[in-house]
Design a protein around this ligand. Structure first.
Ligand code: GRF
Length: 224
């Protein structure tokens, strides 16, 4: 049997997406082994969650680096040392320098709380509401030099309801984000989904549009 995929998770805060991956790994729902959790914030709850699960947790404090690029390079040196095969950005609140992660292209994914390409960057829920959108959601995508702009792997959408606020939109979306991330990582870890020269491939065929999370938790190809 193939060894579980070695995954490193980067997180700056609460760590609920990390916990979803930990739970899925523990329950045998994901063929991965989280070999390390890295955070830029010494106080990140994600570090406590990792430690509680027996996963090596590391603070990589930007204040100890001479500049941004040096910091990013030290981060990826740590990731390399952990022999990661996949890097998951799960609420990692720093923009990484593409020069630091160039060798990792196609092996880094991010979860972002919007239906990309809509609303890259911050405050996505508020911006979607202010724009009068009727749909909102979350995306898992490969990380490239474009901020929140790499090829999208999978999305989940929800209707925006009358009376929704940024906070309750975020609250309704979060459990779906967890499922989306777990399923997306599962697709990669099982070898079904990969990056090929900047294109997302499923079962060796280029995907024309992102996969969609269904109610039964499967990731489906969107009908043309
Ligand atoms: C999530 O909403 C994720 O989409 C965004 O940051 C948040 C992280 O939440 N990138 P958590 O730390 O995983 O709870």
């Amino acid at each position: 049997m193939k060894a579980p995929m070695r995954v490193v998770v980067l997180a700056s805060g609460r760590g609920s997406n990390l916990q979803a991956l930990i739970d899925a790994q523990r329950d045998g729902r994901l063929p991965i082994r989280i070999v390390g959790v890295l955070s830029d914030k010494p106080s990140a709850r994600a570090l406590e969650l990792a430690a509680a699960a027996g996963i090596p947790a590391f603070v990589c404090d930007p204040r100890e680096a001479t500049d941004r690029l040096a910091y990013d390079r030290s981060l990826f040196a740590r990731i390399e040392a952990l022999e990661a095969e996949l890097v998951v950005l799960a609420g990692f609140m720093r923009i990484l320098d593409p020069r630091a992660f160039a060798p990792w292209l196609g092996r880094i994914i991010n979860i972002h709380p919007s239906l990309l390409p809509l609303y890259p960057g911050l405050h996505t829920h508020r911006r979607a509401l202010e724009a009068g959108e009727t749909r909102h959601g979350a995306s898992v995508h490969f990380v490239t030099a474009d901020l929140d702009g790499g090829p999208v792997i999978a999305q989940v959408g929800i209707d925006i309801l009358a009376g929704d606020t940024a906070q309750n939109l975020a609250d309704r979306l979060l459990p779906l984000e967890h499922r989306l991330l777990v399923r997306s990582v599962g697709m990669i870890a099982s070898g079904r989904l990969c990056w090929s020269s900047g294109v997302v491939c499923l079962d060796s065929r280029a995907l024309n549009s992102p996969l969609v999370l269904e109610a039964d938790d499967s990731l489906a190809i969107r009908p043309e």
